[in-house]
Design a protein around this ligand. Structure first.
Ligand SMILES: NC(=O)c1ccc[n+]([C@@H]2O[C@H](COP(=O)([O-])OP(=O)(O)OC[C@H]3O[C@@H](n4cnc5c(N)ncnc54)[C@H](OP(=O)(O)O)[C@@H]3O)[C@@H](O)[C@H]2O)c1
Length: 325
């Protein structure tokens, strides 16, 4: 009988429970979950600070990696190592904060051979999204060696983006509200570290042109300031809203500098692209996995760490190992 983190519309909102297997959703593939991880969207769901969950009781967790226990699909067989991210799992469908879950075969991708399920979740949705941002910028013609800004740089998406961009030879400028993490950001490959407050003032129509590319995980005034600071024909990948969902910008960067604003979403990326992106992630140097700061927690600790994530007190990744207390 699996242990799960169950959310209910009552106080306390989140409790670890042991449930019968027959309470798991009726879906084709049963996965023993090796690891999950805590993303910003999970923190919104667990704390109730965002309207992510609409039906209770509910098991959150937007991603996991694990081992197939039982399969009614010919796509997967017992003992296959698999990864799940997105598709509404952890939002509409029961998710990964559990020892076991039943999911649709089409939601899974095989875990690349050179990546363990633990390493897969060290990347998780954050790493997948960071790589999608890098690819979006590259497809839009960003030239290697140019200056690229990353906002929310100590977060999951941000810190993977810093490492990936540095690995591919870009000059990475990291923006953070945690000046005490400057050394860590430099160790990930940031050439310069900027204080978040530099990007929080009233955005000008156009500012000094500084960046050829940018990955923005923050939104709102920060994104508006980033847009105003882009070089002619600069490219910005907008992936997050940790600072808010508004966009108080003008059209000037677009019509006077030809700046491109590129949307990135990870939940519904088609399967062939997902497999390719996971393969590209698996081919990154092993040292990058070792460099990633992370804290491993069990199901019982999720609610407390979700509050800390909403308060912006986490850096790096929160790995969830359901076998821990
Ligand atoms: N589009 C997609 O498919 C997709 C996929 C994954 C994530 N996301 C979104 O991307 C964002 C980051 O996700 P994550 O999982 O990396 O979250 P995270 O680990 O919590 O990182 C967010 C980072 O943003 C910065 N931040 C937090 N609050 C802020 C505020 N009020 N103003 C400015 N900066 C703030 C902090 O970094 P510093 O202290 O270093 O500034 C924080 O570490 C979230 O909005 C998430 O929903 C979107």
């Amino acid at each position: 009988m699996p242990r799960v983190l169950m959310l209910k519309d009552e106080d306390p909102r989140a409790r670890v429970e042991t449930i019968d297997d027959d309470r798991l959703p009726e879906r084709a593939v049963t996965v023993d979950i090796d690891y999950s991880d805590l993303n910003y969207k999970d923190a919104l769901a667990v704390t109730g600070k965002g309207k992510i969950v609409r039906e209770y009781p509910f098991v959150p967790g937007i991603d996991f990696a694990g081992t197939v226990r039982d399969s009614e699909s010919d796509q997967y067989a017992p003992d296959d190592k698999v990864i799940l991210t997105g598709w509404g799992v952890g939002e509409r469908y029961w998710g990964g904060f559990a020892e076991r879950m039943r999911v649709d075969a089409d939601w899974l991708v095989p875990c690349p051979e050179t990546l363990s399920t633990r390493e897969a979740m060290l990347f998780g949705t954050a790493g997948l999204s960071a790589m999608l941002c890098v690819e979006r910028l590259e497809e839009a013609g960003l030239a290697r060696g140019t200056a690229v800004l990353v906002t929310g740089a100590t977060g999951g998406v941000g810190s993977w983006a810093v490492q990936m961009l540095a690995h591919y030879g870009y000059e990475v400028h990291a923006v953070t509200g945690k000046p005490d993490q400057e050394r860590w950001l430099r160790s990930l490959g940031a050439a310069e570290v900027h204080d978040r407050t530099e990007f929080e003032g009233e955005p000008r129509l156009l500012d000094k042109a500084r960046w050829a590319g940018a990955i923005d995980t923050v939104g709102d005034t920060t994104l508006a300031n980033v847009l105003a600071q882009m070089e002619p024909h600069g490219r910005v990948a907008a992936v997050g809203l940790a600072g808010g969902s508004a966009l108080p910008a003008s059209v000037m960067p677009f019509i006077l500098r030809g700046v491109s604003l590129l949307g990135v979403e990870s939940a519904r990326v088609p399967l062939p692209r997902r497999r390719d992106v996971w393969q590209r992630i698996a081919e990154l140097p092993r040292a990058m996995r070792d460099n990633m700061h992370h804290e491993a927690i069990g199901l019982e600790m999720i609610a407390e760490r979700a509050e800390a994530m909403i308060n912006g007190d986490i850096h790096g990744r929160l790995l969830i190992d359901p076998s821990l207390d």
